[in-house]
Ligand binder design. Sequence first.
Ligand SMILES: CC(C)(COP(=O)(O)OP(=O)(O)OC[C@H]1O[C@@H](n2cnc3c(N)ncnc32)[C@H](O)[C@@H]1OP(=O)(O)O)[C@@H](O)C(=O)NCCC(=O)NCCS
Length: 185
Amino acid sequence: MTEKIPSFETERLIVREVREADGPAYEKYFVNYEVIRYLAAGVPWPYPKGSASEFIRTMIAPRQGIDKWMWAITLKESNCALIGAIELSREATPSNRGFWLGEPFWGKGYMMEAVSPVTDYAFEFLGFEKLIFANAVGNARSRRIKEKSGASFLRREPGSYMDPQFMETELFELTSDTWKARTLR
Ligand SMILES: CC(C)(COP(=O)(O)OP(=O)(O)OC[C@H]1O[C@@H](n2cnc3c(N)ncnc32)[C@H](O)[C@@H]1OP(=O)(O)O)[C@@H](O)C(=O)NCCC(=O)NCCS
């Protein structure tokens, strides 16, 4: 099958196009309240079994490489099985990027490793001049990824998340120039 979006290899990861066959691995890690509580309201919960494959087939595949780019984050050491996902959207709603990692894989710097080639691709090949990022106020790990990328804080606004204790969104902006200056350092 032809890939609609490129794969990237980093030190520990292969970041490759998400496939319908990733559904079971997707569900294994995504169906965890500790992961979804930080996501924007609207994720079906309790999560219906088999919905990840359907989501990839009906919501991602038709738009893949057109106005959405969704990659599976996989570990080289475990045969490239999905441990998380990262996606870009042409339209910022309110953000151009979403990501999550299975809880067993947090705190190892994997997401920072995954966002790096994806950000290069967004600026160098997809022609984004800036990317807008968002997270729930209180999602310190996600915020830290933005700070480490060199993104600038824009503002807070009301937001609605799976965990109703989060009621505000913080928005950040990363320009192509800032990213390139960072990667040249
Ligand atoms: C957000 C997420 C992808 C982060 O991925 P990760 O690779 O595990 O990131 P890390 O745990 O390595 O944390 C990244 C940075 O945050 C720091 N950090 C971790 N916990 C923190 C905390 N409680 N407070 C402040 N900083 C924290 C880490 O130290 C690291 O920074 P460093 O490299 O400078 O030390 C992951 O936690 C996740 O999937 N969360 C649930 C879903 C989610 O929130 N998605 C994003 C929605 S906007």
